[in-house]
Design a protein around this ligand. Structure first.
Ligand code: DLL
Length: 432
């Protein structure tokens, strides 16, 4: 039996969803026009007035918002409510520039937490569960979002935050955690540590909600095996609310977007043209009923595909496939587009684990690509000839996937630093 948190929305007939979206969109546009000087200015600069917007079908007349717009307006960009009505901020990590601050009214927090509760319910969680949250708490949305969703479901919530793996496992075994929420790279590390400590029989986990970074189907299989669970994908971004913008159901073939709150479009990243369902492009979101930080046509840079194919779970919300990576993660090596997720898929397919690093450099004006990957306990060898053979096999597999040569260096198990949050896979030393 499928488990829902708000079936009245999650299984709503498509016409009704569209009606609801239109109604909310028109209200939202009045709100941003009247109360959000940043977006009104943006509209005026593109020659669009509120009078041009007669229904959601006119959305393509509206300008896009980008991370740069939000950074330029730091710290109050897109704020659309007085601070006296805001109750929280969250923020992006700012690793690639100035931080973006997202504001929430109490209504916005409720809406976000309900989305997370839907995700937890879709993974089978109920008030009988012990939800172990190992996403970071603080400015990052992972911990607070899943924490709030778990409260809404009435589950016992363990606000572990990230790090301190021994303590994580202690609580997990002592309190019998049944649902784990963390990044997929940390889930893989927990699986590895559980095996090392020989405590798998003390682990009661049945499901996990893993997101905040791209991960492959092969990695899903590895995590499911290591932890003895069903692993669900969950997606989101600070600018739209946080985790729970979309979530996987029992079918595990993509994530349902919470369409009653977030309107999704796929565009051609070069021309900005809206692409039909089924085509790959950049995901763009409009917040239909968020009050304090109502981003409109926000370009996520995530490359993905949308599909309305009927889902066996009964949910009618449109699905997005696993994002293939971000357009800004995409490496261009000797003119060829390479996503780190493609490299990861090859490594896992060849029996390695997701413990690797990609090093890009430029030598004599030519790009070089090196993949360092750990040998596993099973395929470890200190025979140089054997290691050479294994490296050659990987070079061939990578070449056939990427179409270019990548140097492979096999390193000893445990020599690549493990991540507790989002893993850093790429070191780009090119100074361009
Ligand atoms: O990562 C929110 C989140 C927390 C999602 C916990 C899921 C679980 P940001 O730090 O703002 O927010 O980063 C957002 O992370 O644009 C994607 O590029 C990437 N991302 C998030 N979830 C997934 C996923 C959180 N399931 C950025 N698969 C997004 C692939 C993901 N990429």
């Amino acid at each position: 039996m499928e488990n829902y948190f708000q079936p009245e929305f999650e299984t709503m007939p498509l016409e009704k969803i569209k009606e609801l979206q239109n109604e909310k969109f028109m209200k939202q546009m009045q709100h941003v026009w009247n109360d959000c000087p940043d977006y009104r200015r943006k509209m005026e600069q593109s020659g669009v007035s509120i009078d041009d917007i007669k229904s959601i079908d006119d959305i393509s007349k509206l300008p896009f918002l980008s991370k740069d717009d939000l950074r330029e307006g730091y710290p109050y960009a897109m704020l659309a409510k007085p601070l006296s009505e805001c109750v929280r901020i969250q923020s992006t990590s700012g690793t690639t520039g100035k931080r973006v601050i997202a504001y929430y009214t109490m209504h916005d927090i409720d809406l976000w937490e309900e989305c997370c509760a839907r995700a937890l319910a879709a993974a089978g969680a109920t008030n009988e569960d012990v939800v172990h949250v190992s996403y970071g708490y603080g400015l990052f949305t992972g911990g607070p979002g899943l924490n709030g969703g778990s409260h809404k479901l009435g589950s016992l919530t363990l606000p572990m935050s990230s790090g301190n793996t021994d303590r994580q496992l202690q609580f997990m075994t002592d309190l019998g955690s049944t649902v784990l929420c963390c990044t997929p790279s940390y889930a893989a590390y927990l699986g590895e540590t559980i095996a090392e400590k020989g405590i798998k029989d003390q682990i009661k986990l049945k499901a996990g909600l893993f997101g905040a970074e791209a991960w492959s189907e092969e990695m899903r299989r590895d995590i499911e095996k290591a932890l003895g669970i069903k692993a669900y994908d969950i997606y989101g971004l600070t600018e739209i609310s946080g985790p729970g913008v979309s979530f996987e159901c029992s079918e595990q073939t993509g994530m349902h977007i919470n369409e009653d709150h977030f309107y999704a479009e796929i565009i051609d990243p070069d021309t900005g043209e809206v692409l039909p369902e089924g085509e790959q492009g950049e995901l763009v979101f409009t917040c239909l009923d968020k009050e304090a930080f109502p981003v409109i046509r926000y370009r996520t840079k995530d490359i993905c595909v949308l599909t309305r194919k009927q889902c066996s779970c009964g949910r009618t919300f449109i699905k997005m496939v696993k994002p293939r990576g971000r357009s800004d993660d995409m490496l261009i090596i000797k003119g060829v587009n390479v996503f780190p997720s493609q490299i990861e898929a090859v490594l896992l397919e060849q029996g390695y684990q997701a413990n690797y690093q990609i090093i890009v450099d430029r030598v004599n004006n030519s790009d070089t690509l090196e993949v360092q990957v750990e040998m596993t306990n099973e395929n470890f060898s200190d025979d140089l000839g054997k290691v050479n053979e294994m490296e050659k096999e990987l070079v061939a597999a990578l070449k056939s996937m990427l179409g270019i040569y990548a140097k492979v260096r096999l390193v000893a198990p445990k020599s690549i630093t493990r991540s507790e949050g989002k893993a850093v896979r790429v070191i780009d030393n090119r100074k361009i």
